[in-house]
Design a protein around this ligand. Structure first.
Ligand code: GRF
Length: 191
């Protein structure tokens, strides 16, 4: 059975989608680790509900940074657990060399835009402000840049008249929850 680690910062709905796909027999894998950098984020509750004791990541006191030492420690821990794939699911810190070197081509991210358009924060807001006609989500391999790694798959959604940043984000998130588990299954099948 392939082993997945999840890193998140928020509600964990993408992690939930992966867990649901596993429970439904659509994804032959198990989630063995859930780490989060934001105390009290809802992903902690969701992790417990799926039977994984979540870990508060060791980057407290740093605003956006994920300190190298903490990453190295995490990389060694995930290696010792036999993790095959790390899925960033709403994780708001940049991953760097310590994790990338231990898990080359084995870290995925989901981003709420059609990359390379609108990398970074609040991508859905950028799309609305820009008057874009469509947006969507992208699953990509993680490299040292911000949302710059090789694109694996995308889902498109229209930007509708009267859309707010919130309504567009909700439409994108529906697609995220369909796309991410499928891509994880495809990537794991090739490992
Ligand atoms: C998602 O929209 C994801 O694309 C973005 O952050 C959000 C996380 O949502 N990077 P969740 O924590 O998976 O519910």
């Amino acid at each position: 059975m392939k082993k997945i680690a999840i890193l998140g910062s928020g509600s964990g709905s993408n992690m939930q989608a992966i867990a649901d796909a596993i429970a439904a027999g659509q994804l032959a894998a198990e989630i063995v680790y859930v780490g989060c950098d934001i105390p009290g984020a809802y992903i902690f509750e969701r992790a417990k509900q799926i039977g994984v004791e979540p870990v508060l990541l060791d980057c407290q006191g740093y605003k956006q940074k994920f300190p190298k030492e903490s990453q190295a420690e995490l990389a060694a821990h995930l290696k010792s657990l036999g993790v095959d794939l790390i899925c960033l699911a709403g994780f708001m810190r940049l991953v760097g060399a310590p994790l990338l070197e231990v898990f080359p081509d084995r870290i995925l991210n989901i981003h709420p835009s059609l990359l390379p358009a609108y990398p970074g924060l609040h991508a859905w807001e950028q799309a609305v402000d820009d008057g874009a006609e469509e947006s969507g989500c992208t699953v990509h391999y993680v490299d040292a840049g911000m949302d710059t790694g090789e694109i694996i798959a995308q889902s498109r959604v229209p930007v509708l008249e009267g859309d707010t940043a919130k309504s567009l984000h909700e439409r994108i998130q529906v697609q995220e929850r369909l796309l991410y588990p499928q891509v994880v299954a495809d990537v794991l099948a090739k490992l």
